[in-house]
Design a protein around this ligand. Structure first.
Ligand code: SF4
Ligand code: SF4
Length: 483
């Protein structure tokens, strides 16, 4: 076992809460302003215009240190759920589940697209969500049944996302029911609908944290990207209102070629706003994001942005978490080594203990119609909760079980000494090649054991898979068009 493998094993034993916190990712869901209804600040929204939402705008699931709905200022800025005694996946149901299923962990975080309807329509939205009703969404009773089933195997953080989850009128009943069943609901929202009343309701219903996407440091650029005048100001107002009631706030930023150089300014804005966390997300080109694939950073751009993150978080007062960029966990080890350090928990906190991609390992996603996936960007459904209990899908899905077995990784990821702490993005591999165990296409690292001959040989394999994948997508499109 390599030192990296050893590191991840420690994670499992030491602090699953923090893994879950780190894994507030890939759930999809946007935060955006939309079509035909006013923002909370009373600013009209131009019909047909669509500001962009953050794909995977997810709170980290950190409950406040104070009583839900309690007093602002009593929470710990960096406080994790452990300080409240809440351990996702640490309850008796999860313990019993893991004893009965050796090698399979109980889910610690479930991102749930509780509705796809959204008042925005952001450019890079994973869900390609729009305003209006989406047929087939789970009813309140169906939602409760899903929560009942989840509670039989775990007590996870449930990220209620969308779309815009606050568009769902029964969201408060869903939140309350999740609490009753021992889970911890959090909300990924665009914040544009957060009036003073909604902010108080978030606090009263025990929402410890919301996440909100801010993609640029100025209103002009943010609104242009989101194609929605007023989106930036509305989100900032929503953030302030939430904070005023004691609800924690995490700012998410999707990094593209357009804003990569602006990360320091966006971070400073987050700091000025006094939020709790700043999470940068690397674009995963699925959903509406596939239309802006050319804005995705090249592998070298990822290295640069993630290196900036490593350096900046050393002095940042914010909880800092690069997401959907599993190779960050390789980069911190490389940079630490260059500094003569070892990545230990004492020195690096949870960065030393967590792993890059946890899709299917301790994390999963449920879509607005009940499809279960490893994450919101992973374009393959593993089952549907209307037809099969979530717990069965989690336990028995071949895809989930493959993802749990790192020895099945292919290409340079399979040969990589960092696969235990990184693993590459399985959603990107799937999107490019149709094979979710293929190598991560956006990693610049070449493992020492991956010779140029092996790389050349494997490039042909990837090319064939990519061609087959392109044909499959084309056929799917033709089929859909014919329906
Ligand atoms: S080669 Fe794969 S496992 Fe290794 S660092 Fe890159 S993405 Fe991670
Ligand atoms: S597959 Fe990619 S987007 Fe999904 S959870 Fe893993 S790293 Fe994140």
């Amino acid at each position: 076992m390599s030192e990296f493998d050893a590191g991840f094993d420690q994670v499992d034993e030491v602090d699953e809460q923090e893994i879950a916190e780190a894994m507030a990712t890939g759930a999809g869901g946007c935060e955006t302003v939309g079509v035909g209804i006013p923002l909370a600040g009373g600013k009209p929204v131009t019909a047909g215009s669509h500001p962009g939402g953050h794909p995977g705008g997810h709170p980290s699931g950190m409950p406040p240190a104070g009583h839900p709905g309690g007093h602002p200022g009593e929470r710990q800025r960096h406080g994790g759920a452990r300080s409240m005694g809440f351990m996702p996946g640490g309850g008796p149901a999860a313990q019993a589940y893991q004893e009965a299923h050796p090698g399979v962990k109980a889910p610690r975080i479930i991102a749930w697209e509780i509705t796809r309807s959204c008042n925005l329509g952001c450019v890079h939205c994973r869900a390609a969500a729009e305003f209006g009703h989406y047929p087939g969404e789970l009813s309140l009773d169906q939602c409760k049944a899903v929560i009942d089933d989840i509670a039989t195997i775990s007590n996870p953080i449930i990220i209620l996302t969308g779309g815009e989850p606050l568009m769902r009128p029964d969201i408060w009943e869903i939140i309350d029911y999740a609490h009753v069943k021992g889970c911890m609901p959090v909300v990924g929202t665009n914040a544009t609908l957060i009036t003073d009343e909604i902010a108080h309701k978030l606090a009263e219903h025990g929402i410890p944290r919301i996440s909100v996407s801010i993609d640029f440091a100025t209103a002009e650029e943010h609104d242009a990207f989101r194609r929605q005048p007023g989106a930036f100001d509305a989100s900032i107002e929503g953030i302030k209102r939430a904070k005023a009631t004691g609800v924690g706030v995490q700012i998410n930023t999707t990094v593209t070629k357009l804003n990569a150089e602006q990360l320091p300014e966006i971070h400073d804005l987050a700091e000025r706003l006094g939020v709790d966390a700043f999470h940068i997300f690397m674009l995963v080109p699925t959903g509406r994001g596939s239309e802006i694939e050319d804005l995705e950073l090249p592998p070298e751009g990822y290295e640069k942005a993630l290196t900036w993150a490593y350096e900046r978080q050393k002095t940042s007062p914010l909880h800092f978490k690069p997401t959907d960029s599993p190779h960050y966990y390789r980069i911190i080890r490389q940079l630490a080594k260059a500094e003569g350090k070892k990545v230990t928990r004492e020195e690096y906190g949870m960065d030393a203990m967590t792993r890059g991609c946890l899709g299917g390992i301790t994390f999963s996603f449920i879509s607005h119609i009940g499809d279960v996936q490893p994450c919101g960007y992973f374009d393959q459904q593993l089952g549907n909760v209307k037809e099969q209990p979530y717990s069965e899908i989690w336990t028995n899905s071949k895809v989930f079980n493959d993802l749990r077995d790192y020895s099945k990784l292919e290409g340079k990821c399979g040969a990589c000494e960092y696969k235990g702490v990184c693993g590459g993005c399985r959603a990107r591999a799937l999107a490019l090649t149709g094979d979710y165990m293929e190598e991560e296409p956006y990693c610049a690292y070449v493992p020492p054991s991956w010779t140029p001959e092996m790389a050349a040989e494997h490039a042909k394999v990837i090319e064939e898979k990519a061609e087959a994948r392109a044909r499959e997508i084309e056929e799917r499109g033709t089929l859909l068009a014919g329906q």
